[in-house]
Design a protein around this ligand. Structure first.
Ligand SMILES: Cc1cc2nc3c(=O)[nH]c(=O)nc-3n(C[C@H](O)[C@H](O)[C@H](O)COP(=O)(O)OP(=O)(O)OC[C@H]3O[C@@H](n4cnc5c(N)ncnc54)[C@H](O)[C@@H]3O)c2cc1C
Length: 320
C-alpha cells in the first residue's frame, strides 16, 4: 500500500488536477452522507484527467469516478481508494449538433441548447448532476432522455480513447453499457438536436423546473427518486393486473405506487425519512447516517417483495 501510494506522488505535479487528501465524501454528495476517501482528484482538463487515470491504473489501488454526487450513496466508512472527478465543462455547437464535455452541468447543457434554439433536452431541465453521469445512467424526465439525443460518446477504455455510436452505448431505461463497465470513463459526447424556438424552449424548461422544485426542494438532501420505475412489460401478469390503468405512464409504473401500497410514506429510520408526500423520495433530514439509509431501503424492498413478489431496484449508485 505504501509503495502504491508513493507511486501516486506525481499526482501533485499534474497541471489542472486538484488533489484533496482525505476528502470527506459527504461534502461532495447531495445526500450529505459518507466518510472519507484516500484522496479526491478533480481534473479540470482532459490532459489532467488522463494523466491521473494512467497513474491510478498503474498504482493497482482501488479507484472510482464521481460527478456532481447527486445520485450517490457513500458508505459511512467512506471509500478505501481514490476518487476521480472530471470537471471539464466545455460546450460548443455547430448546426443542430452540440458537443459537451462530461463535467458540464446537465442544466447548463439544457440552457445552452434552449438558447441556441435546439430542442430535445428542454424537459430534462432541473435534473441535477453532470453530463457524464447523465449518459452513464441515461437520465431523463417528462418524456425525454439523454440517450435519444446522443450521436456519439467518447470515453477512456483502459489506455485508449474510444468513440461509440448511440447504438453501441446500449442505452435502455436508466441503463447504458457504461453501467456495466465501471472503469470506462466518459470524456465527451455529441448530441443531435432539432430546431426549436428559444423562447418556447426556455418557457417549457422554466415550467418544469418550478414543478420539480416543489417536489424536490433544492436544499433537500436526497437523490431524487430512489428506486427505478418498473416497466409494465417486465411485470408478472398477476401483479400487472393489480395496477390501476391511470397509474401507468409511457409503459412504466412508478415505483412510488408500489411503495405507497406498502405504507412507505413517512417511514423513518434515524434521521433518514421517506417523504410524507412522495413514497419514492427518501431524504436525510440532517445528521443522518448511511447505515440507516441502507436499512430503510432494505425495509422498503422487503415490504414490496412480500406484498407483490417484486424486486424493486435502486436507481441510486452505491460507493463502494
Ligand atoms: C432532486 C433530484 C432529482 C433527480 N431527478 C432525476 C430525474 O428526474 N431523472 C433522472 O434520470 N435522474 C434524476 N436524479 C438523479 C441524478 O440527478 C442523475 O442520476 C444524474 O445524472 C447524476 O449525476 P451526477 O453528476 O451527480 O452523478 P454522480 O451521483 O456523481 O454519479 C453517478 C454515477 O455516475 C458515474 N459517473 C459519473 N461521471 C462519470 C463519467 N464521466 N464516466 C463514467 N461514469 C461516470 C459514477 O461512477 C456513479 O456511479 C435526480 C437527483 C436529485 C438529487
Amino acid at each position: 500500500m505504501t509503495a502504491a501510494l508513493a507511486a501516486l506522488a506525481p499526482l501533485e505535479t499534474i497541471p489542472g488536477l486538484a488533489v484533496r487528501p482525505g476528502a470527506l465524501l459527504r461534502d461532495y454528495t447531495r445526500f450529505r452522507l459518507g466518510g472519507p476517501c484516500h484522496a479526491l482528484l478533480t481534473a479540470s482538463t482532459e490532459a489532467a484527467y488522463r494523466a491521473a487515470h494512467e497513474l491510478l491504473l498503474a498504482s493497482g489501488l482501488p479507484w472510482t469516478t464521481i460527478g456532481g454526487g447527486t445520485n450517490l450513496i457513500v458508505s459511512d466508512a467512506g471509500y478505501p481508494g481514490l476518487v476521480l472527478q472530471y470537471a471539464a465543462a466545455g460546450l460548443t455547437t455547430h448546426g443542430t449538433h452540440v458537443q459537451v464535455e462530461a463535467g458540464a452541468d446537465l442544466n447548463a447543457l439544457v440552457d445552452f441548447a434552449n438558447a441556441h434554439g435546439l430542442a430535445g433536452l428542454e424537459a430534462m431541465a432541473g435534473i441535477p448532476g453532470w453530463v457524464g453521469a447523465a449518459i452513464y445512467g441515461n437520465a431523463g424526465a417528462y418524456g425525454q432522455s439523454i440517450a435519444e439525443r446522443i450521436h456519439w460518446v467518447r470515453f477512456v477504455k483502459g489506455a485508449q480513447v474510444v468513440t461509440y455510436s448511440r447504438a453501441e452505448c446500449e442505452f435502455r431505461y436508466r441503463e447504458s453499457i457504461f453501467k456495466r463497465h465501471k472503469p470506462w470513463q466518459i470524456l465527451s459526447a455529441e448530441l443531435t438536436l432539432s430546431p426549436g424556438d428559444p423562447t418556447a424552449l426556455a418557457a417549457r424548461s422554466a415550467e418544469i423546473r418550478a414543478t420539480r422544485d416543489a417536489k424536490f426542494p433544492p436544499t433537500m438532501q436526497c437523490a431524487g427518486s430512489i428506486f427505478k420505475n418498473l416497466l409494465l412489460r417486465d411485470l408478472p401478469p398477476e401483479t400487472a393486473a393489480q395496477v390501476p390503468a391511470n397509474v401507468i405512464r409511457e409503459g412504466k409504473i412508478p415505483a412510488g405506487w408500489f411503495l405507497e401500497q406498502v405504507g412507505a410514506k413517512g417511514l423513518a429510520i434515524g434521521n433518514i425519512r421517506v417523504a410524507a408526500y412522495h413514497a419514492n423520495l427518501v431524504y436525510n433530514i440532517g445528521g443522518g447516517v448511511t447505515a440507516d439509509l441502507v436499512a430503510l431501503l432494505n425495509e422498503l424492498k422487503q415490504r414490496v417483495h412480500a406484498r407483490f413478489g417484486l424486486v424493486i431496484e435502486e436507481e441510486v449508485q452505491f460507493l463502494p
